[in-house]
Ligand binder design. Structure first.
Ligand code: S3P
Length: 169
């Protein structure tokens, strides 16, 4: 059994859409960042400060590999496609969904999100966030089997499209 993986930039709605999809399909939902936090025993932001991004990416790859065959909806972290290894793991999966969102919408959501402290976005300028996104865009497209537009659409509409495209509606 393959998992259904949601990829996309920070603020794309992976956790929100993932929870709703899990509810509709009656599948469990896994948030990869939560599993990583459990494993590293500290907030991701602190881990970045102490060990750097490269070490975080290794932990992220291991947690991804461990869960690819779980029957679950998996919300990934926005940087999952930074690693070439992760990109090839994702490409080999049939149910990887890229939640594609306009840059301005992402920036607004990230800036309004006071709950998540993101080492690569919190305290960064709009220009820095957009250039990070631009560097990843082709990776998201290349790693996904299905691309779903999310700008100005409700989580319900997005979930409906995902279920139709996976022929699970
Ligand atoms: C990251 C995104 C975050 C988290 C970490 C790094 C990124 O996840 O994994 O802060 O590099 O884009 P979200 O996309 O859930 O915010």
């Amino acid at each position: 059994m393959n998992s259904i993986l949601l990829i996309g930039f920070m603020g794309a709605g992976k956790s929100t859409v993932g929870s709703l999809l899990a509810q509709k399909l009656n599948w469990p939902m896994i948030d990869l960042d939560d599993l990583i936090t459990e494993k590293i025993q500290m907030p991701i932001n602190d881990y970045f400060d102490q060990f750097g991004e490269a070490t975080f990416r290794q932990v992220e790859s291991n947690v991804l590999k461990d869960n690819l065959r779980t029957k679950a909806i998996i919300a990934t972290g926005g940087g999952i496609v930074v690693s070439a290894l992760n990109r090839s793991l994702l490409k080999a999966q049939p149910k990887v969904i890229y939640l594609k969102t306009e840059p301005q919408t992402l920036v607004t959501r990230i800036k309004n999100d006071t709950k998540n402290i993101r080492p690569l976005a919190t305290e960064k300028s709009e220009g820095e966030i957009i250039s990070l996104l631009n560097g990843r865009l082709t990776h998201y497209e290349d790693s996904a089997a299905i691309v779903v537009e999310t700008t100005e659409r409700s989580p319900e509409e997005i979930v409906e499209e995902i279920m139709e495209r996976l022929a699970m509606a």
